[in-house]
Design a binder for this molecule. Structure first.
Ligand code: AMP
Length: 228
């Protein structure tokens, strides 16, 4: 494949932001609007934990504590996922990279296939609001749609608006103590990536305290610009 042409047809986007910033919600909306594929290392790790794989066994306690899983494990999981063919139309990385080591590994992985990062989008939020955002959230086990007790409730209590499933899930690490640790890990290890992508000229800052649709419009504009 001609690597130089990849960015036009297969954008690679990164969503940066602390837990609760709305990365997952926005990634799903971009997926629907642009046919991109959301790759969430958190989802991949939760699947590995549920399946009881060796990586999942190592990751489980670390995730429960709100710390970051080792770079080796996460990079290997992402590398395998990126190798699957469904990302050909482009990918949105949600929750990866989270350290400089991961960012450099991603650059190397993409360079191997003639690709590069098209945009790193930093969702800018206030820490103080994140605990409330996270503690109220839940996801439909049927289709993965995300909800929130206060900000985005289901129309009928306990039933997914999208697929009608009543299998609603709350994450084990979405509690106040773990969230505080996750925010700390974000500021210590992930926030420096904002500078990393700024230096590459790939950074877009998007205010993300407002309405979900307004934030989505800002992201759509960035994707349109990247695809142009
Ligand atoms: P998330 O679903 O993105 O909030 O991730 C949930 C948890 O999975 C995090 O608190 C980390 O323990 C782990 N995790 C997810 N992605 C990464 C990553 N890129 N590097 C290290 N740990 C990760």
């Amino acid at each position: 494949m001609d690597g130089a042409k990849m960015p036009e047809t297969a954008p690679v986007l990164i969503l940066l932001g602390p837990p609760g910033a709305g990365k997952g919600t926005q990634a799903r909306m971009l997926e629907e609007a642009h046919g991109l594929v959301q790759l969430s290392t958190g989802d991949l790790l939760r699947a590995a934990v549920a399946a009881g794989t060796p990586a999942g066994k190592q990751a489980e306690a670390v995730m429960k504590a709100g710390d970051l899983v080792s770079d080796d494990i996460v990079i290997a999981i992402l590398r395998d996922r990126l190798a699957e063919p469904d990302g050909a139309k482009g990918v949105i990385l949600d929750g990866f990279p989270r350290t400089t080591v991961q960012a450099e590994a991603l650059d190397a992985l993409l360079a191997d296939s003639g690709q590069r990062i098209d945009a790193a989008i930093s969702l800018e939020v206030e820490d103080a609001a994140m605990v409330e955002r996270i503690s109220g959230r839940f996801t439909c086990g049927g289709c993965g749609e995300g909800y929130h007790d206060s900000f985005k409730p289901t129309t009928t209590a306990g039933t997914c608006d999208h697929c009608g499933s009543t299998d609603m899930k709350r994450r084990a690490d979405d509690n106040a103590v773990t969230v505080a640790q996750r925010l700390e890990a974000y500021h210590a290890q992930t926030a420096p990536l904002i500078e990393y992508y700024q230096a590459k000229g790939a950074l877009h800052r998007v205010p993300a305290m407002g309405a979900i649709d307004k934030i989505a419009s800002a992201l759509n504009a960035i994707v349109a610009q990247v695809k142009a």
